[in-house]
Structure formats: structure tokens, C-alpha cells
Design a protein around this ligand. Structure first.
Ligand SMILES: NC(=O)c1ccc[n+]([C@@H]2O[C@H](COP(=O)([O-])OP(=O)(O)OC[C@H]3O[C@@H](n4cnc5c(N)ncnc54)[C@H](O)[C@@H]3O)[C@@H](O)[C@H]2O)c1
Length: 370
């Protein structure tokens, strides 16, 4: 059995609390011989600043480069509000994304039947929802140059951001999205603003060409990003995989997030290019939520987003889709029994701690393994 190298970066606040529940699962998988994970831990964010005066050390970066995947908790908190900008906790995460060249951000929005009532939309609109947003993460308007504010000298200033995409950037993110669609319901929706933006015209053209050349078996649709946002809240189940640029992806994935109820439920993956020789790709898996300083240390954090982030690692880094499916089934079963962390509390729910939720999910995984 192949041994997989995992770097755990718990970070700050509830990060270590939710990662502890992944460790519980990994320990059991290793002990049973179901999988073989070799784990190392490192500091990131405020925890790293406290120890080494930087938000991530070169030594930790070297470990991240050498790992098969990185599992990241969360960083930040009021304790580090006044530290210098370059070493603020978030800078550690940005360096990881940049140095590992993680250009594809995958954010699934899954609504477990038991949580359909927690969404701000009608239960029938979201119940059983399972869509994936693929956002380009290293290009576009957040990084394009020039990026300036100029004083025009007449009491006015001019701010410029530059939306820029090259063909190769669109091709590689399109391939990630088409590949995902093939493993799901075989449908991809590409979103841009070709009606008003040249980058949208090129995006549309390149995605269409990649489809014609390499993925004719996948159904491809194009939508303008604004009407796509509207469709996401009108009838989200029409989508399978959505691919879009950095800016639109930022907004559309947050909209999709709210369909599912709680921040404590949302995992994400960030993937780099596949190495032609080893077939491996750099990958970082993290919950969408932050370090939740308001509940840190109280055992109230919901570990599901962290556990499903590990589930994404099983699926996309380790080719263990069956195990990831079992983890999803276990989570659905625990929720269906009415167990909830405080963030999901509702009528008739049994409130459990972070560890209580982690233990209950592990028990279900164990039961599914007979
Ligand atoms: N990727 C990251 O590490 C990341 C992401 C967002 C925010 N942050 C940082 O986290 C800190 C707090 O930011 P914020 O309050 O805006 O966002 P947050 O996601 O930490 O918390 C927002 C709200 O959601 C709740 N919440 C979040 N995750 C939860 C979970 N797993 N279980 C139960 N409740 C949960 C929190 O208690 C809080 O009320 C800041 O320093 C911010 O910069 C880090």
C-alpha cells in the first residue's frame, strides 16, 4: 500500500481543534491498515509568528513542497492585529498558495438533506444540492498589472486594476473543470462577461476550443457571470461544475456557500499543475471558514468542513474516492440522527462538542467498514 505524506498546518484559533478530529480519523485509518498516512506538523499564521516572527518559515515551506498534500486549519485573530503587514497571519496562507502555484480553487457546495432547513433558500431548492465551483486563483484582476492609484492633481484620483488572462491560464483551469465534470455528472458551465470584457471573449473562446479538442463527451454551457449568479440562487441544482475566473469565482463561490447553511460545513481544495514525470500535483486542503476567535478554545467548533477538506484530499490527491464517499455518508448519517454542533443548532437537535461530532462521525465510518 502506498504511503502518503501529509503536512498538517493547524494554525490559530479553532484550526488546531478541527484538525484534531482529522487526526483522530487518520490514526484509525492507519491502525486498521485501510490507508497509510505519514503526517508531519508545522506552524503557520499567528502561531508561527509567535515562535519565529514570520507567518510561515522557509523550513515549513520546504515540508509543504515535499508533501503529497497539505491540510490547513485556519489563521488569524485579534492577538495579531498589530503585527507588521508582511508577517500578518494571512501572509502565511498567501505564500503557500503562491509558492506551491495553486491555480485551481475547488469549492463544492453540498447541502445534506438534514440541513436543508438551515439554508436561507427554500428547502426544496437546496435539498440534495451537490455542485462544484472551480475558481482560477492565481491570475486575473487581483494580480494584473498595472495596479495603481494615481493622484491626478485636480483633486481627483484614478484607481486602476487590470484584468488579464493568457490562453494557457484559461486552458489549464478549463482542463481541471472538465476532468472534474467527467467524474461527476458530465456537465460544465463556464461563466464570464464576454458581452463587456475582452478577457471574457478570450475565456469563452479558449474554453470552447478545449472542449472541442479534448472533452467533446462533456456537456458545455456558457453563461454570463451576472445571470449565472442569479441562476445560482434561483435553481442551483441545474449546475454540476462551474468554471470561472478569480474575481467572479470569489463572489460566486461565496453565494454558493450560503446555499448550504453554515460556514462550518464548507471545504475547499487548491490544486497546482500536474508534474509530468511523477504525475503528482501540489495540493492544499482547507475549510472555507477562518479561525473563529469568538469560539476558540471552547470546544464548540464544527469540524465537518475540516473533515470534508480531508475527504477532498482523499478524492483528488490520493485516489481514494470510496473512502471519501464513506466519510460523506457518515457525516450525513450523524446529521440525520440530529447531532449538531452549536452553529447548526435547530429544533430538536442534540448539541455536541467538536470532539463529540468527530467521535460520532468516526463511529459511523467504522460501522460502514463493517
Ligand atoms: N483561511 C483562513 O485562515 C481565514 C479565512 C477567513 C478568515 N480568517 C481569519 O479568521 C479570523 C476571524 O475571521 P471572521 O470572524 O471574519 O471569520 P470566521 O470564519 O473565523 O468566523 C465567522 C463566524 O462563523 C463562525 N464559525 C466559523 N467557523 C466555524 C466553525 N467551524 N464552527 C462553528 N462556527 C464557526 C465563527 O464563530 C464566527 O461567528 C480573522 O483573523 C480572519 O482574518 C482566516
Amino acid at each position: 500500500m502506498a504511503t502518503h505524506k501529509l503536512l498538517l498546518l493547524p494554525g490559530d484559533g479553532i484550526g488546531p481543534e478541527v484538525i484534531a478530529e482529522v487526526k483522530r480519523l487518520i490514526d484509525w485509518l492507519n491502525a486498521q491498515g485501510i490507508a497509510s498516512f505519514e503526517t508531519e506538523e508545522g506552524l503557520v499564521g499567528g502561531a508561527s509568528y509567535d515562535a519565529d516572527k514570520v507567518s510561515v518559515t522557509d523550513a515549513t515551506m520546504a515540508k509543504a513542497q515535499a508533501a503529497d498534500a497539505v491540510l490547513f486549519g485556519a489563521v488569524g485573530g485579534p492577538k495579531w492585529d498589530a503585527v507588521p503587514y508582511e508577517v500578518r497571519p494571512e501572509a502565511g496562507l498567501l505564500r503557500l498558495r503562491k509558492d506551491l502555484a495553486l491555480f485551481a480553487n475547488l469549492r463544492p457546495a453540498i447541502c445534506y438533506p438534514a440541513l436543508a432547513q438551515s439554508s436561507s433558500l427554500k428547502p426544496e431548492v437546496v435539498e440534495g444540492l451537490d455542485i462544484m465551483i472551480v475558481r482560477e486563483l492565481t491570475g486575473g484582476v487581483y494580480f494584473g498589472e498595472p495596479k495603481t492609484i494615481t493622484d491626478l492633481g485636480n483633486g481627483q484620483k484614478r484607481a486602476v486594476d487590470t484584468q488579464v488572462y493568457d490562453t494557457y491560464e484559461i486552458e489549464r483551469i478549463a482542463r481541471v473543470a472538465f476532468d472534474l465534470a467527467r467524474k461527476r455528472r458530465n456537465k460544465l458551465t463556464s461563466m464570464e462577461k464576454r458581452n463587456v470584457m475582452k478577457s471574457g471573449v478570450l475565456w469563452n473562446e479558449v474554453v470552447t476550443q478545449v472542449h472541442q479538442r479534448e472533452y467533446k463527451d462533456v456537456t458545455l454551457e456558457h453563461q454570463l457571470a451576472d445571470s449565472g449568479g442569479m441562476q445560482l440562487v434561483r435553481w442551483p441544482k441545474q449546475f454540476d461544475v462551474i468554471v470561472t475566473d478569480n474575481l467572479f469565482g470569489d463572489m460566486l463561490s461565496d453565494i454558493a456557500a450560503m446555499l448550504t447553511g453554515s460556514l462550518g460545513m464548507l471545504p475547499s481544495a487548491s490544486l497546482g499543475e500536474t508534474d509530468a514525470r511523477s504525475g503528482r500535483r501540489k495540493a492544499l486542503y482547507e475549510p472555507v471558514h477562518g479561525s473563529a476567535p469568538d469560539i476558540a478554545g471552547e470546544g464548540k467548533a464544527n469540524p465537518i468542513a475540516m473533515l470534508t477538506s480531508f475527504g477532498m484530499a482523499l478524492r483528488y490527491s490520493f485516489d481514494m474516492g470510496d473512502l471519501a464517499d464513506k466519510l460523506d455518508q457518515a457525516i450525513a448519517a450523524v446529521l440525520a440522527r440530529g447531532l449538531r454542533t452549536a452553529d447548526l443548532a435547530g429544533d430538536g437537535a442534540t448539541i455536541v462538542s467538536t470532539a463529540g461530532m468527530g467521535e460520532a462521525i468516526l463511529k459511523e465510518v467504522q460501522a460502514l467498514h463493517g
